[in-house]
Design a protein around this ligand. Structure first.
Ligand SMILES: [Mg+2]
Length: 389
């Protein structure tokens, strides 16, 4: 198998919603197509990838550095074990040639986009679902047939009120979700308490509601908020302070008896090592949310899992950010604790295959070869247009 071409396009997913730190008014996604020379049943096999929601498109880095490196690679350098003619794990090394250690930012997102497309492609070539391709590549047991998911929503919206919020949460419960998450930190603590209390009334149990401050609070504010929220018994408190303030996380964990969740803005194994060394987090209680599609891809993620395992963290502590099909496949393959989901948000990229509805808080994996992105009716026209362009 050879890679003939890589196409890239920036797609808008602009919306009026906001978290505590950013508005999504100018949000974009990079969509890529890795075109192979394999033709099956009259159709050319193409792998598709995109970046996780909430980070901007990476067209510059993709076009200037990473796509040219992939296309210039000697096919021998892309070959992997177990009949992988193009191996995403080895491709990562090719993509990172000439890159210094450290400084993991948008570069990690750009590489993650190509990694997603390569997993989609190699699974299609092997004619298996992506979760199966991932578990084979890493020597794991068969992937789980379904994954625990939670509905992440509850964003701040212009003119939005508590009634609108509770209606949104009811839609998630009606759609089969049992756990939900809402934003905090974008209003006063009193106002957020009203939002939390209203949602707890709807879900019936504070242990089914997580809250996410998106790193908005200063350390002092985070500790004060954690102390105020501690008696509520929430599912978790996410990114209470700056994601790179590890001592800050330790201070919050000290006063917050329920799980602290963080990691979506840690984009490399060394970043996760620092969190686990200095963040005061507790294996068996706290939640790690690194997202392979934002952080150099599945091979880097496997390194994070291995590092954490060595410090007593089970795979069940990992619940990746992102709400897309790569992370659903990764969660099934590695036996993770769950996966985020954005029902109805960040369309058409958010959410899973149309034919696999959420039941009892779990999402079944698509049986499509690859990631199953073509099984999303809203996304399929964008994929087709990119191939035709
Ligand atoms: Mg978050």
């Amino acid at each position: 198998m050879r890679i003939l071409e890589v196409r890239e396009q920036t797609v808008s997913i602009a919306s009026e919603m906001a978290n505590a730190v950013i508005s999504f008014r100018h949000m974009t996604v990079s969509l890529v197509a890795v075109v192979s020379d394999v033709v099956r049943n009259g159709e050319r096999l193409v792998g598709f990838g995109f970046n996780s929601n909430g980070r901007y498109a990476q067209g510059g880095l993709l076009k200037e550095r990473f796509i040219p490196r992939l296309l210039a690679a000697d096919p021998v350098d892309l070959e992997g074990p177990q009949g992988f003619p193009v191996d995403p794990v080895r491709a990562r090394r090719v993509l990172m040639a000439g890159e210094k250690p450290g400084g993991h930012g948008d570069r990690a997102v750009a590489v993650g986009i190509l990694d997603m497309a390569l997993w989609d492609l190699v699974a299609k070539v092997a004619d298996v679902p992506a979760a199966q391709a991932i578990s084979r590549r890493f020597g794991l047991a068969d992937p789980a047939p379904d994954v625990a998911v939670y509905a992440a929503g509850g964003y701040y919206r212009p003119g939005g009120d508590v009634r609108e919020l509770t209606e949104e949460i009811r839609r998630y419960l009606d759609a089969g979700y049992e756990q939900v998450k809402i934003k905090v930190g974008g209003a006063s603590l009193d106002e957020d308490r009203r939002r939390i209390d209203a949602v707890v009334d709807v879900v019936g149990d504070p242990g089914r509601l997580a809250v996410d401050a998106n790193g908005r609070w200063s350390l002092a504010e985070a500790v004060a908020a954690a102390e105020a929220l501690a008696p509520l018994g929430l599912r978790w408190l996410e990114e209470p302070c700056d994601p790179l303030d590890f001592a800050g996380h330790a201070a919050v964990a000290e006063v917050f008896p329920q799980p602290v969740a963080t990691g979506e803005n840690l984009l490399s194994v060394p970043d996760v090592r620092n969190l686990l060394r200095h963040g005061g987090l507790r294996p068996g209680r706290d939640v790690l949310q690194m997202d392979p599609a934002l952080a150099y891809g599945v091979a880097e993620y496997q390194g994070m899992l291995a590092l954490a395992a060595g410090r007593g963290w089970p795979p069940s502590a990992f619940v990746p950010h992102g709400g897309h099909q790569l992370n659903l496949a990764v969660a099934a393959a590695f036996g993770l604790g769950g996966c985020e989901s954005y029902p109805g948000i960040f369309q058409p990229f958010g959410g899973f295959a149309d034919e696999t509805p959420v039941e009892g808080g779990r999402a079944r994996l698509s049986d499509a070869a690859g990631l199953g992105l073509e099984r999303k009716a809203g996304l399929r026209p964008l994929l087709e247009r990119l191939c035709e362009a």
